[in-house]
Each structure stands twice: as structure tokens, then as C-alpha cells.
Write a protein that binds this ligand. Structure first.
Ligand code: HEM
Length: 452
């Protein structure tokens, strides 16, 4: 066997989620593969994930220099940096997003406003079949636009459409995990893995964001920050670590992290609700009983909607959109139980091993929100899944993500009956794995409740 290839043939046996399940069943909760001359260690199950990424966070919180980190994110901003630079950017991001209303009423108003535009698009479809992911992707991107750039766009705006198409195409390239593990793939003639195109797209996006940054520099009022770009310009004066070079990547990162993740989760929810009309009806009954008027749900309603919360938790569990989170790196040789993880290894948090743990979630491929409802009918046990990962690198966008998932999914179900394109014929529950696990494109009909 060529040393460079190592265990690569194992990866050719199919989908990495299924392969990792088989390897876990055979070799246990920590196993490693030799790929591209590197050890790639998979950490499985709640207990070991906490042991490695929380208790031993100081040794397992770096990012390795893989293609996506090094060439797309150019080892800049939050996701791709380590040490002091990472800390500076992460602290800035968390503070800036808090200043812009994260977890507060002001952010909720932004999301609610976009939800209304989104519901109008669904109404305008008049119950005809539409590509489900299109309006969701546009609406979710628009929320990041208003956070990052200070403006939302008309859904037909040509510039806006171009921008989100490039981001979408770049992030949905299914070859990225393979190029990460085997960098040589990016140099193959004919660009068959699309690596050169990805890098071109990154440059294009940087150019667009540089233009917005220049416009903001010309119009900023330092006493009145409008958005993430203004926050960066203001904070740059106090923190030299926030460099000009990092700036466009920091904006791109916000789009990349905050668009695909949320829109894919909402799209999965449509697919599951479509296939489980009883769940959809029960959710709508709860919504109509709790909010009998025409107004859309708000975050204040959340505590009174346990079944809706359970549907969202079950969607996140089953959809499993970032099954392997993002890669981490070991900075020392560390013993975890009887396993020695070598310095320099890639360390993968296998979040999928929790979401699809047959002991925790019997019949784990079944969509069953009642897993999250206790005997008193209350929502419980959300901490059994870790869709936002854990430890120092856990997702800083979690509160916005939870708010968007709740407001979009509940307002959609309250207003519409979601039906398959053709009665009795349902889309596949299997998706495609790139960086994220995404559903295959499908159509659905959104029929307004009062017209059903
Ligand atoms: C359903 C939505 C989302 C899910 C499931 C999700 C999940 C994740 C996961 C699993 C990670 C990797 C953690 C690790 O390396 O162990 C991550 C990282 C990250 N997420 Fe999210 N995320 C979501 C939405 C968002 C949003 C809305 C934002 C921004 C507003 C965001 C910003 C980030 C950033 C910047 C990182 C890198 C953190 C670091 O390296 O320190 N995410 N997310």
C-alpha cells in the first residue's frame, strides 16, 4: 500500500457517516485512519467527545492546515486561526454580534421581518410545487446581509442573487472533505475536483466584500455602528490583531457559517414534515391553540410550544448537518484512556455518533419528536445532542441559529400545509455529504391553511 494512500480505500466504500458507524462498531469509540500521510483520529460518543474537546480542550482546539482552512479561509478570521489570533477574532465576533443584538429583541425583529418576506414568497406560489431550498436560502442569506452589510435585498436583486449563488456553489462542493484529507487532489490536471474554481470564487467574494468595506469606511459614524463591518472598523483601532487582510474573510466567514447551516436545517425540516403529516398536524394544532390569532410566533411563545421545540430538536438530530463538525488538530501527544493521540494528528469530533447513537435514540433513523417530550408533555433532553459541537471551538452563532430555526419553522407550519409535489410520492431522506450534509433538491407545495 502506498503510504500516502494509507486507509484511503476504506473511504471509497461509501458515505463517511455510514463508514464511521461501521468503524466505531468494530474498533470502538476512538479509532484512527491513516490518510494522506496523516493520522486522522475520530472521537465518538458523548463521553469521549467531552473528555477530548472539553476536559482536554487545551490540546485539541487548534485547526489543522487543510485545504478549506488554508486556501479558502486563508488561515484568517475565526474558523481558520489558532492561538492568540483566533482568540482576538473570536472575542471580537462574539462581542460584535452581541452589540448588534444577538439574543435580544432587536435581532428578533430582523428575523421576524425576513420571515414575513419569506412567507409572502410561499403564499405567492399559490400552492404550486416550488424548489424548497431556494426561498429558504435567500431569506436566511438576507438575515446575514443585514447583520454583516447593514442592508437586506429584494429577492430578485441581481447582485444579491449573484452573491448567494457563488457562496452556495462554493460551500456545496462535495469534494472539499476529500481535498482536505488528500491535498494532492487539488493539483490534478483539468481541475476535476473543482479546487481551482473554489479558490477563484473565494477571490471573487473577497472583491465584493472589499467593496462593501470601502463604502463603509467612507460613510461610517463611529458613534453609531450599523453592522458587523462597522463594528470591525471601530474595533480595529483598538485591536491591531484585526488586520485589513483578515477583514474580507471575516465577512465571508459570517456568510459561510450562517447561511448554509441554517437554511439546510430548515430544508430538512420541510422534508421530514412532508413525510410525517401527523407530526405536522400536531405541531400546527399546538401553534393554533397557543396563538389563535393571525400573528406569527415570537420567541416569547417558545416555552408554550414544547412539541414545536421537540420537532426542531429532532430535525437537528436526524439531519445531522455537520456530522464531523470541523477538523481539529492535536498540539501535543495526549493519552485519552488507553489511546495515545499523537501531536499533529487531525482530530474529528464525530457529532454523528451522538445524533445516531442507537442506545440513546432507538430506531435512530426514524423521525420521532416524542424522543424530546417527557411524560408530563414537556420538552426535555436537548443536551443529548450536540449539533453546535462542544468545547472552545463550539459554534458562536448558536443563539441566532436557534432563533431562526424556531421563527422560520413555526411560522411556516402555522400558515401552510406542506405537501409533496405529487400526492403519495415523497423525496428521499438521504442527502449528499460535502462540508455539510444537505438534502437532495426537492419540490413541495405550500397550501395556505385557510385554502386547504
Ligand atoms: C443550524 C445552524 C448552525 C449549526 C448546526 C452550526 C454548527 C457549527 C459547528 C458544528 C461548528 C464547528 C465546531 C468545532 O469545530 O468543533 C461551528 C463553528 C462555527 N460556527 Fe456555527 N453553526 C450554525 C450556525 C452558525 C451561525 C448562524 C454563525 C454565525 C453567525 C456561525 C458561526 C460559526 C463560526 C464562526 C464557527 C467557527 C468557530 C471557531 O472556530 O472558533 N454558525 N458551527
Amino acid at each position: 500500500m502506498l503510504p500516502l494512500l494509507g486507509n484511503l480505500p476504506i473511504l471509497l466504500q461509501g458515505n463517511l457517516i455510514e463508514i464511521s458507524e461501521k468503524l466505531k462498531a468494530t474498533y470502538g469509540s476512538i479509532f484512527s485512519l491513516s490518510l494522506g500521510g496523516k493520522w486522522v483520529v475520530f472521537i465518538n460518543g458523548n463521553e469521549y467527545l467531552r473528555e477530548v474537546f472539553v476536559k482536554n480542550a487545551e490540546f485539541f482546539s487548534d485547526r489543522p492546515k487543510v485545504f478549506f482552512i488554508d486556501k479558502v479561509l486563508e488561515s484568517k478570521a475565526v474558523t481558520a486561526q489558532n492561538g492568540l489570533e483566533w482568540k482576538t477574532h473570536r472575542t471580537f465576533m462574539v462581542t460584535a454580534l452581541r452589540n448588534l443584538g444577538f439574543g435580544k429583541k432587536s435581532m428578533e425583529s430582523k428575523v421576524l421581518e425576513e420571515t414575513q418576506h419569506f412567507l409572502r414568497v410561499l403564499s405567492d406560489s399559490n400552492g404550486d410545487p416550488i424548489n424548497v431550498s431556494d426561498p429558504i436560502y435567500v431569506a436566511v442569506s438576507n438575515i446575514i446581509c443585514s447583520i454583516a452589510l447593514g442592508e437586506r435585498f429584494d429577492y430578485n436583486d441581481v447582485e444579491f442573487k449573484k452573491l448567494i449563488n457563488v457562496i452556495n456553489e462554493l460551500l456545496s462542493n462535495q469534494n472539499i472533505p476529500a481535498i482536505n484529507l488528500l491535498p494532492v487532489l487539488q493539483y490534478l490536471p483539468g481541475d476535476i475536483f473543482g479546487a481551482k474554481r473554489i479558490i477563484q470564487q473565494t477571490h471573487l467574494l473577497k472583491k465584493v466584500f472589499k467593496r462593501y468595506i470601502a463604502e463603509h469606511i467612507n460613510t461610517i459614524d463611529p458613534g453609531n455602528s450599523r453592522d458587523f463591518i462597522d463594528e470591525y472598523i471601530i474595533e480595529q483601532k483598538r485591536k491591531p490583531g484585526l488586520t485589513d487582510d483578515d477583514f474580507p474573510i471575516a465577512v465571508f466567514e459570517l456568510f459561510g457559517a450562517g447561511t448554509d447551516t441554517i437554511s439546510n436545517t430548515i430544508t430538512w425540516s420541510v422534508l421530514y414534515l412532508l413525510k410525517n403529516p401527523d407530526v405536522q398536524d400536531r405541531m400546527r394544532d399546538e401553534l393554533l391553540c397557543t396563538i389563535p390569532t393571525d400573528r406569527p410566533p415570537t420567541m416569547a411563545d417558545k416555552l408554550n410550544l414544547p412539541f414545536c421545540e421537540a420537532v426542531i430538536a429532532e430535525t437537528q438530530r436526524l439531519a445531522n448537518i455537520l456530522p464531523f463538525a470541523l477538523p481539529h488538530a492535536a498540539t501535543e501527544d495526549v493519552m485519552i484512556d488507553k489511546f495515545k493521540i499523537l501531536k499533529g494528528s487531525f482530530v474529528i469530533p464525530n457529532l454523528s455518533s451522538v445524533a445516531h447513537d442507537e442506545e440513546l435514540f432507538p430506531d435512530h433513523l426514524k423521525f420521532d419528536p416524542l424522543r424530546f417530550i417527557d411524560k408530563q408533555g414537556k420538552f426535555y433532553g436537548q443536551e443529548r445532542i450536540v449539533p453546535f459541537s462542544l468545547g472552545k471551538r463550539s459554534c458562536p452563532g448558536e443563539s441566532l441559529a436557534r432563533m431562526e430555526l424556531f421563527l422560520f419553522i413555526t411560522s411556516m407550519v402555522k400558515k401552510f400545509h406542506i405537501l409533496p409535489e405529487i400526492d403519495g410520492i415523497f423525496p428521499s431522506s438521504k442527502g449528499q455529504l460535502g462540508i455539510a450534509y444537505v438534502p437532495n433538491p426537492f419540490k413541495a407545495r405550500f397550501v395556505e391553511r385557510n385554502k386547504y
